[in-house]
Design a protein around this ligand. Structure first.
Ligand SMILES: Nc1ncnc2c1ncn2[C@@H]1O[C@H](COP(=O)(O)OP(=O)(O)OP(=O)(O)O)[C@@H](O)[C@H]1O
Length: 281
């Protein structure tokens, strides 16, 4: 570890794994996040929720250094993500497991080889040890017996569990899940949610989960952050967030189609489009 990394890591807060301060981020001219400050507690499950396009995935990409913040800072275990070179980012990312939209498995590899992949890339384990680690990870997600299956032979829920085993193959401290429940039937959804919670507890992981599924997410999260209009509308325990009277939060929690966050994409008024003077477009 470089000396400056050691020095900054020494200042790390033991209760907080990721510290975000005054973060701004835009895609081109379009502001996405402005002045976001957030602490992600160690060993807990933090859910980031909010309207579509609100910048939830962008926060995950910023934490992992896939995007760099033009203003503000992100520290992972005391290490400033925004000043790392490629080598530093690579070292940081080894400490993070990422399941972005439950990243596709390699379809031409068995379940075993999918989970072995990061270990073969990033470690020098003997074949014997590698086998034990892969089978332990598969056991943790209940799929030790499915080691020889090909991804095409599995249900969507099973494939996600394999992706989860792969994400924890290198024993990360942080696991980030982007929409882990999308497209699952209710049974697979419940299994996946309980697994995320159980694995986090068993392995002492810090988990960050982006999800639209309010009931299931509130059921497993320790800490909920609701993003709206580029900032944090409210954060707290699921119960605290449910009780919030902030209209933005109410719209989200009650599932109202319209409210402070508009249903209609900004554009010409109804009168302009359909009134007597309405143009062809
Ligand atoms: N690479 C990109 N270039 C330009 N705009 C982008 C890019 N990636 C995302 N955006 C836009 O930035 C906004 C925030 O995106 P982001 O994916 O962070 O939102 P989100 O809250 O995760 O949304 P969703 O819940 O729909 O997945 C969206 O409007 C999106 O269209």
């Amino acid at each position: 570890m470089p000396l400056d990394t050691v020095a900054s890591a020494a200042k790390a807060d033991h209760g907080v794994l990721v510290t975000i301060r005054d973060l701004n981020f835009s895609y081109g001219e379009r502001p996405i996040l402005s002045g976001v400050s957030l602490d992600i507690p160690r060993g807990k499950l933090t859910a980031i929720m909010g309207a579509s396009g609100g910048g939830k995935t962008t926060i995950l990409r910023l934490i992992s250094g896939q995007n760099m913040p033009p203003a503000g800072s992100i520290h992972f275990d005391g290490v400033d993500v925004g000043v790392q070179d490629q080598k530093g980012l690579y070292a940081l990312r080894r400490r993070m497991g990422m399941l972005f939209q439950f990243g596709a498995l390699f379809t031409d590899m068995t379940v075993f080889e999918n989970v072995a992949f990061p270990l073969r890339e990033h470690s020098r384990l003997t074949e014997r040890l590698l086998r034990d680690v892969v089978l332990m990870k598969l056991n943790a997600v209940g799929l030790r017996g499915a080691r020889d299956l090909m991804p095409g032979e599995m249900s969507g829920g099973m494939a996600r569990r394999v992706a989860l085993a792969r994400a924890i193959a290198l024993d990360p401290e942080l696991v980030m899940y982007d929409e882990p429940f999308a497209g699952l039937d209710p049974i697979a959804l419940g299994t996946t949610a309980r697994l995320i919670r159980r694995l986090g507890d068993a392995l002492g992981l810090t988990s960050v989960l982006v999800s639209h599924d309010l009931d299931i997410t509130f059921g497993i999260a320790d800490h909920v952050v609701i993003l709206a209009n580029g900032g944090i509308a409210v954060q707290g325990t699921p119960d605290e967030v449910r009780r919030s009277e902030d209209p933005l939060v109410r719209q989200f929690v009650d599932g109202d189609i319209d409210g402070p966050v508009r249903f209609q994409y900004p554009g010409p008024s109804l009168e302009q489009d359909f009134g007597p003077q309405g143009g062809p477009r």
